[in-house]
Design a protein around this ligand. Sequence first.
Ligand code: FES
Length: 125
Amino acid sequence: MTRVRVADADAFDDGSRAVVTLNGHEIAVVNHDGECYAILNRCAHDGGSLDEGKVHGRLVADVTEPGERDVERFCEDPSITCPLHGWEYDLETGVHVGDGGIQLPTFDVVEADGDLYVTDGDASD
Ligand code: FES
């Protein structure tokens, strides 16, 4: 398993962001509502940096009939919006919210001895 240190765990509180390099790839690390997420920092559209994107609950709606939406609300699953052209990704899974065929890699964030690390999750290294 390969891991890279992000920050002191106590200092990386809600709203904190960082960019680390793991296995040659930039990873955006975000604390949103006390949960830490790590996602490839390169938008699948045209390479935008997600670490500069807005994080928010994903907009969902109940569809009552084709073309008609009834109740719209923001769910608790956070997403991050690319600042360049607005592509939006689920922070937990990396799946594009409008096209399930597009997905960015996501990574585990773990705490050890007071520090936060991003790992590739591969225990064979
Ligand atoms: S580069 Fe991310 S939406 Fe275009």
